[in-house]
Structure formats: C-alpha cells, structure tokens
Design a protein around this ligand. Structure first.
Ligand code: ADP
Ligand code: ZN
Length: 727
C-alpha cells in the first residue's frame, strides 16, 4: 500500500493522507472524495509507511488518477511550498492559484493538436522553384499552415508534395521540434555605453541566480536591454519570462518581441480564455514556447528551462494580488529565479523603496540608465498651479484651459489625468443634505451620466439614478465632484473641434478597444486624451506635449505612508509619457498645496532625491523596508462578531508576543471603509524589525484560522508585506 499526501483545494494548512494500491508520482492530480464531495487534489508527497496520527481504517483510497506523469516539476512544487510557508497559507489555497482554471477542473494536461507539415522524403526531386522553396523551408523545421502563408510559400506546391508523399502532416503539439532553429535578431539597436554596461553585467550572470535592479528613466532604453539579454538566453536555448503590469499588456508590446526573435511566444493574462491560458501554460512547461509575456499570475507558470525573468515596472501595485492569497508576484519572481538559477531583472523608472533598499544592502545589483536613449528626446518642464481662490470648471482652472488651447492650436495633443472614473463622485440632496450611499459599502455612489446610473466602485452595485431624494422625497438632487466622464464632456464644449478619447475602465473594457484607441492617438486622430491609471503606464505618446494632473492633493495628505511614494511614481511615470521624440513636454499640476515639501521635492529634485528622503524618514520611523509587516484582516457579515473575533485574535497574539518582545502588535482598528461588499472589516498590524520573530507569533492564531467555520462566518486573512494598510 502507498500513502499519498494530497493537497486539497481551499482547505487550510493540512495535507490529507489517502491510500493507493499503486504508486502515484508527486505532482500528479488525483480524484478523491473529501467530506461528501468528490474533488481534485494534487499529490505533494508519498510514503510506504502509514501515517502515525490517523487510524488506518479511516484512510480513504483515491478514486482515480488524472495525470500519469507529474504535471508539475520540482521547481513548481518548491515554489508553491515556499509561498505557502511565506504567506502562512495552506498549500490547498496556493494550488488553486497556481494552475489555470481548466486544470483545476480536471482538464487533461495535454496540448491541443496543432497541424503542421514536415518533409517525409528528403531525396524528392522538386519539379519547380515553388516546390524547391518549400522543401528548403521544411528541411529546417516542420511548419504550420500560418507559417507557410507567412513565408509566402506556395499552397499548391504543398498539396503536390503531400500527394506525392514527399511531405506529411503531423501533430506539432507532440512532435519533436527545435523552437530555436529559426531565431532572428531583427532590428537590434547599437547600445549606448550605459546600456552596454548593464547588458554586460547581466550577461556575466547567465545561468546563475542574480537579481538586478535596472533603474532608468522612461525612454532610457530598458526594453532594448531586456531584449538583448533575452537574445543571449535564447542563444543558450533557454526560455524567458517577461512580466508586465496588468494594464501595460498591449498587443504592440507582444508584437515588438515577436518581430525581433521569431521564436514561439505566448501570453498569460486575464483577457484570455481558459483554454488559451492552458495552452500557454503547457507550452512553457513542455518547452514549446521561448518567451512568455504575462501579468502577475504568469509567475506560477512552469518552464522546462528558464533562463531569465524580467519584471518590468517592478514598482507597479498590480504585482500584488489584493484578495485571497495576497502574494507579491515581483517577490515571487525573485524566488523563482533562485530556484531556476537564472538572472532576474527588475526594471523601473521609479523603483519601489523595497527594491532600492535591497540594492543598497547589496542583495540586488543596481544598474543605471540615466539619460533618454533616443538622441533627440525633448526636455520636460513642470508647472504647479496654485488653485487657491481660482474658479474651477469640472475641476479645470481657466489658466490650464488656455494652455491646453495653445498646445492644441500648434497641432499637438494634450493628456488630462484624473484617477476617478464616472461623471460625478457624489450625489447630494440640497434640501436635506442626504448623500447617496452604497448599501453594501461605506462609500458614496458615483453618478455615470452615459447610462444614467449610480455605481459603487467598491462592490460594482449599479442602480438607476433616482429622480427624487430617497431620504426626503424632494426633487433636489445635485451632483458634486468630477470624474473622467465629466472632464471629457467639459473639454468637448470648451475646446470644440478637437476629438477626445477617454481611457478608463468604462470605455476600455476590452483589449480591442484599447488597441483601437491607442492607434487613434498615434495617428493623431484624437487630440485630447483623458484617463485614469491606464494612461500612466507603458504607452508611448510622441505627440503629447502637455500633461495635466488635476487632483493630487489626496495623496499628499493621506494616512497611508506609501501614498507619497505612489504619487512620486505616478508623477514621474506620467511625465515620462511626454517630451519623447523631438518635442519638449510640459507637465501641469493643479494643487491647493503648492508649497508642500514632498511635492516640491518630487518636482524640483526628481524621484531619486525624493526616494532618498523618503527612505531616511522610513528608517527613522522603523517603517518598511526597514521593518516588516503582516496585516491581519478580520471580516464577516456581523459587525459584533467581527469586533469580538478581532479582540480575541489580538489577545492571543499579545500572549504569543511575550516570548518575542521585539514584535509590535497594533490593537484592532477599523478599515478605512469598515463595511465593504456587505462585510465588516477590522485590521491588526503586526510589525517587527526582524522577519523571523514576526512570523513566530502567527501560530498563536492557527486554531482560529482553522476553526473559522465555527466562528460565526468571521474569517481572518493574513497579508504578509501588505501594500494597502488602511483597508
Ligand atoms: P524604456 O523601456 O526605458 O521606456 P525603450 O526601450 O522603450 O525605453 O526605449 C525608448 C526609445 O528609445 C525607443 O523608441 C527605442 O527604440 C529607443 N532606443 C532604445 N535604445 C536605443 C539605442 N541604443 N539607440 C537608439 N535608440 C534607442
Ligand atoms: Zn458598494
């Protein structure tokens, strides 16, 4: 009899022992009965001796085996165990995350058949030039129908060769194929000295683990360095993983890599179907894909022989998963690189303080690109408008409008950035003062004019805009606060004749729309761009000469110690969208606090000095990256229960802390939005200078984490290295 330790989706902590008459390798999926249901688990370990803690007659046999050979390699299993340890989470929760939905549901871990043609008779004598060309091409590689079309080879020559038995049809997904056979390096640029130095450093660490922090202003040619590093990896017949933030993933981005290398590539992101994701996943695992480009979840993809990991815009908040298991894909990428024994490049114009600190302490190697790569890039200047005493129209002052008008009249484009979508951020009754609120959340409802609805941006609730005040019945509802929709409407009236385009989650709800919009911007069809975060990332707008940030004061006065870091990153990134190519650019900030010291530092001295100051402050206050944090989120539908559970958890932690006095534990505090999506939220912050003692207090609450079924629907979630500490 063989005893299998099986990870069961969703359950916490434990592996469960099942028995089997025959060996099942580690890393295979098995069907098991669990409680009253039948589910799919993954074998994490096997042994021939029975477990000591469970009576043998209670052990159930597995009901079936899904995979004959392991579908996870050892590195993937190691990564999963690491996350579970690091996040103090159950392996079951991690295996849910780490595999595409299709595999979770039990789909076979085998690729879809791919038709291709290969040469069957190498001695065949071609009858004409077309047949000759086709034979020459097939001599290197089997080719798919698309590839045959792409190479302009003759379809009728193919038909003839097939009929005469000179070529044959095969299934490429199972065929041996050398994906590196047709590598090209088209369009490679001559590097400037700094790029060259960075590349040499990375090249010197091929086939070994080393993390590089590649810090370079927008347009300094980081992508070119990535590409030349990848070239080296592909020459060594290894694979590359390129991670990019959620919104940066555009078809152009992928095409850029594809043109250069001509190696099979795949993408991994949320807009793909389950089947497409599975194909990408298996393609990488089985060595049929040379480069994977993906968002945070791509870090879980197994590879045959990974040669480099690149994390572009490493500071971007979207690398941190903000629900269930709150892993940080950037940090996992570093561990994945360690397991694979390959270099990891973290690239950014505005590195996170965590990464800067890792560079300062020598854990990461710091590489710099200090100037823009294209010789004729223009300069960027910043103007701060003091809003005190000024009248605003839809959040825009007359002076800014004039400046926009001037740039537009010169044939340039302007970009207006506002991180708030919708038309108006509040609806208020002018008779009774009632503000319309979400019934599931402690939040105000946003008015969306295009469809006449009220929306909650926290739980996605949508209701029609009422005619009368729900509190007093008067027909005196007025709107307040402006979002991107209103700004667009205002600019259409105030600057007629200049087509506008809005980039936010309402307008850009598919990759196709984003692609079309970006195209319309590049060919100068749109002249005024209005948008949220989507506009701050990765896109190249050569004709934009003025960028306005309408509302930055919230970040200056936030209680979150990371708010100024984010503002500095946002400002620097947005400023990087302008002043490319020949034209010089201008950034205009509207604020009520023009003398604010942080704002002045960011604008006058730049991100580097800001980061130094901010680092000194964090060191003084023992904040991350100089200390480590774990945030506990206690949530449930009954407010009283959530509060009492929070206090119970706090008591237990306090007790555990007696042995680890260097750990600080905050009493439970309410989340900024205490009620969200119908649940109440309390937070407990655990902090220590030393990561090891920090983790040692956690077992004190294990029993609570495991009992949560019994704790009246209250759950406690652990967020290690939280990036959102107020909610
Ligand atoms: P980043 O990724 O740092 O924002 P990119 O790699 O996109 O910068 O480069 C910005 C622009 O500079 C691109 O148009 C790119 O083609 C160009 N560029 C990069 N490196 C060089 C180089 N060595 N010589 C000339 N142009 C370059
Ligand atoms: Zn809501």
């Amino acid at each position: 009899m063989i005893y299998l330790q099986v990870a069961v989706p969703k359950t916490l902590f434990n592996l469960y022992t099942y028995k089997s008459d025959f060996p099942v390798p580690t890393g295979c999926r098995v069907n098991i009965s669990f409680g009253r249901t039948s589910i799919i688990g993954v074998v994490m370990g096997t042994s021939e001796s029975p477990p000591l803690d469970c009576p043998l007659e209670k052990l159930k046999p597995i009901s079936g085996v899904i995979d004959e050979k392991p579908y996870w390699n050892d590195q993937t299993l190691e990564l999963i165990k690491f996350i579970a340890r690091y996040q103090h989470a159950g392996i079951g929760a991690i295996i849910d995350l780490a595999q595409p939905v299709a595999l979770r549901k039990g789909a076979p871990a085998t690729p879809r058949p791919v038709t291709a043609y290969r040469l069957a008779d190498p001695s065949f004598t071609p009858a004409n030039k077309q047949q000759q060309d086709l034979i020459t091409a097939l001599r290197n590689q089997p080719l798919t129908p698309q590839e045959i079309r792409g190479l302009n080879l003759s379809q009728s020559a193919l038909t003839t060769l097939l009929r005469k038995g000179a070529a044959e049809r095969i299934d490429l997904s199972t065929a041996e194929r050398d994906i590196y056979a047709d590598l090209t390096f088209t369009g490679k640029l001559t590097l400037n000295p700094e790029q060259q130095e960075a590349l040499e450093a990375i090249r010197g660490s091929m086939d070994q683990f080393q993390v590089f922090l590649l810090e370079g202003v927008t347009g300094s040619g980081k992508t070119e360095v990535y590409m030349q590093a990848i070239e080296e990896v592909l020459r060594r017949r290894k694979q590359a993983l390129v991670m990019i933030p959620e919104i940066g993933l555009t078809p152009q981005n992928i095409a850029r890599f594809h043109h250069r290398f001509n190696v099979p590539m795949a993408a991994m992101h949320s807009a793909l179907t389950d089947r497409e994701r599975l194909d990408s996943y298996l393609g990488c695992r089985d060595g049929r894909i040379g480069i994977l480009i993906g968002t945070r979840s791509s870090v879980f993809t197994p590879f045959t022989d990974l040669g480099i990991i690149i994390v572009d815009e490493e500071h971007d908040p979207s690398y941190k998963q903000q629900d269930t298991c709150r892993y940080n894909a950037r940090d996992l990428a570093v561990y994945k690189g360690k397991l694979a024994g390959c270099p990891v490049i973290l690239g950014s114009a505005t590195p996170s303080l965590e990464s800067l600190q890792n560079a300062a302490s020598g854990r990461y190697r710091h590489l710099h690109l200090s100037s823009r790569a294209c010789v004729n890039a223009g300069a960027v200047e910043t103007e701060i408008i003091d809003l005190k005493g000024l009248e605003l129209n839809s959040g825009i002052c007359a002076h800014l409008l004039e400046e926009m008008k001037e740039e537009l009249s010169k044939g340039n484009q302007v970009l207006v950035f506002l991180n708030r979508r919708g038309y108006a951020s509040q609806v208020i009754c002018s008779s009774c003062g009632h503000v319309l609120q979400c019934c599931n959340c402690d939040s105000y409802l946003t008015f969306h004019k295009y469809n006449g609805t009220l929306n909650c941006h926290h739980c996605e609730a949508v209701t029609p805009m009422p005619q009368t005040c729900p509190a007093c019945g008067a027909q005196t509802l007025v709107i307040q606060g402006n979002g991107t929709e209103q700004v667009e409407e205002y600019l259409q009236q105030a600057l007629p004749g200049y087509p506008t385009i809005r980039f936010d989650r309402d307008t850009m709800n598919s990759p196709g729309k984003l692609r079309d919009a970006l195209e319309g911007v590049l060919n100068n069809h749109y002249r005024i761009l209005i948008g949220t975060q989507i506009l701050a990332k990765g896109h190249h707008f050569p004709n934009v000469t003025l960028i306005a940030l309408l509302n930055i004061d919230g970040a200056l006065f936030s209680n979150d110690f990371r708010a100024t870091e984010r503002l500095a990153q946002l400002y620097t990134q947005v400023a990087g969208r302008t002043g490319r190519e020949e034209k010089s650019g201008r950034v205009v900030l509207q604020t009520y606090a023009p003398a604010n010291i942080v704002l002045q530092t960011i604008v006058t001295d730049g991100y580097g000095i800001f980061a130094e100051n901010c680092m000194a402050e964090r060191r003084y206050l023992d904040l991350p990256p100089f200390s480590h944090q774990i945030l506990l989120r206690i949530e449930g539908t009954e407010r009283e229960r959530v509060h009492s559970s929070s206090h119970e958890i706090y008591q237990r932690l306090q007790k555990a802390r007696e042995s680890f006095p260097d750990v600080e534990i905050s009493p439970p505090y309410q989340a900024l939005m205490e009620k969200k999506q119908g649940k109440y939220h309390m937070l407990i912050m655990i902090q220590a200078l030393n990561r090891t003692s920090l983790r040692k207090v956690l077992p004190a609450i294990d029993s609570f984490l495991e009992d949560r079924k019994n704790s009246g629907g209250t759950s406690c979630y652990i967020d290690v290295d939280p990036t959102e500490i107020l909610q």
